[in-house]
Write a protein that binds this ligand. Structure first.
Ligand code: CO8
Length: 373
């Protein structure tokens, strides 16, 4: 029987960073401008003044200290509050393709493989720069892979759902090796004028190479023991941006065409679902939580991760057991749990076990149990 193995991972981190203090300064400058422009409406009581943001709140409520972004200047301009990412010609590589290449090349190098060893590319992320041709086919072409590629989107769970698709393809023989790439440009769909969420996201790209066990040297990589996916419909994390927007007279100008969430409800509803999914999966693999050395959890909120880890382990987890990268990266959607895995896996000894688990919009949960070979 063919077993799927994660033989390499890669990460592209945009060089520009924005601290909470910088973000809050820009937001508060926007608030002052907005309130001054609407001073008459506010004085008449027709409009509530916007309230300032605070970096102390952001760090306490989320654990986020800074984020990496594709463009800093546009986000911090109080008159713009959106990244500057100019269109490119059809002959130039797309931004997502460029990020994907950097991450894929690192994953291939880590695995000691080349494009000739790979049959498929899955670009799995929350937002695609364009509908077609698929970003994945562009990446496939740029890498020189003779095979197939497709894009998929399951919001924050895109990478883990992509991992299941890759593991299935390898195990059923439809591909020798698959690259799962998650170029997340979350700043492109974040409403930087919304106090409740302007601090939540950052940009990054991860790549994972999944190969069949026979092609990976003994003792190298992580065997995929099992994948478990769960979805449950909810409007609590929503984005109504889409190809039919031009059919509405307001087009894309309404705030619901950007990321919107009921953060409290998400926290309360998703945390128990995630713990339950992991526990069920461990039980189906005849494993117990004590068998896990590490949980590489989705990186949206530090308090949420601590609660989930406590629910799974029955006690508090330390940062070795549930590593944190959201302080540095913020929420990078589906890339988050993979960044945690990429950065915190090298101390694993043969036979040690861990779980990669994502959760987010949909709701969607993707859990992947792995064992170091
Ligand atoms: N500064 C100061 N005060 C603030 C701010 C701010 N920026 N924002 C809110 N407050 C105030 C509120 O007004 C409120 O005041 P009051 O008590 O007087 O009403 C108080 O602070 C508390 O507000 P909240 O209850 O909203 O604060 P929480 O403690 O719940 O923290 C969080 C808010 C951080 C949003 C938290 O609820 C959270 O992280 N929840 C989980 C969210 C989550 O996991 N989401 C996952 C979604 S991501 C996903 O699936 C990917 C989708 C695709 C991505 C696309 C790219 C954009």
């Amino acid at each position: 029987m063919i077993r799927a193995v994660i033989s390499g991972t890669g990460l592209y981190t945009p060089p520009a960073t924005i601290t909470n203090e910088e973000l809050v300064k820009a937001f508060n400058a926007f608030v002052e401008l907005h309130n001054a422009r609407h001073a008459d409406d506010i004085a008449r009581g027709d409009l509530e003044p916007l309230q300032p943001s605070s970096s102390a709140f952001i760090e306490k409520a989320s654990g986020i200290k800074r984020r990496h972004v594709i463009d800093k200047q546009g986000i911090l301009d109080p008159e713009r509050m959106c990244p500057n990412i100019p269109d490119r010609t059809n002959e130039e590589a797309s931004v997502q393709c460029e990020m994907a290449l950097a991450a894929c090349n690192e994953a291939l190098k880590q695995a000691g493989k080349s494009a000739a060893d790979v049959d498929a590319v899955i670009v799995a992320c929350s937002n695609m720069q364009r509908p077609y041709p698929a970003i994945s086919v562009e990446v496939q072409d740029a890498l020189g892979i003779d095979g197939f590629a497709y894009d998929m989107n399951v919001a924050c769970s895109s990478a883990t759902f992509g991992l299941q698709a890759a593991a299935n393809a390898v195990e059923n023989g439809t591909a020798r090796a698959v690259l799962v790439v998650s170029p997340e440009i979350c700043s492109g769909h974040l409403n930087f004028r919304d106090r409740d969420s302007h601090f939540i996201f950052g940009d990054a790209c991860t790549a994972i190479l999944v190969e069949r066990d026979a092609d990976v040297a003994e003792g190298q990589g992580f065997e995929v023991l099992g994948t478990s996916l769960k979805t449950k419909y909810s409007n609590n994390i929503r984005n109504n941006f889409g190809f039919l927007n031009r059919g509405d007279k307001e087009g894309i100008n309404k705030p619901d065409k950007l990321f919107v969430q009921q953060g409290r409800k998400v926290f309360k509803e998703v945390s128990p679902l995630v713990a339950e999914t992991i526990l069920k999966q461990l039980s189906s693999l005849s494993l117990s939580p004590d068998d896990l050395k590490r949980m590489w959890l989705h990186q949206a909120n530090l308090n949420m991760n601590q609660l989930i880890a406590r629910k799974v382990l029955g006690r508090d987890a330390d940062t070795k057991e549930a590593p944190v990268i959201l302080d540095e990266y913020a929420n990078t959607s589906s890339a988050g749990s993979i960044i945690a895995f990429h950065k915190h896996k090298d101390d694993f000894g043969s036979g040690e076990l861990g779980v990669i688990c994502s959760f987010g919009a949909g709701y969607s949960i993707g859990s992947v149990v792995v064992r170091r070979r």
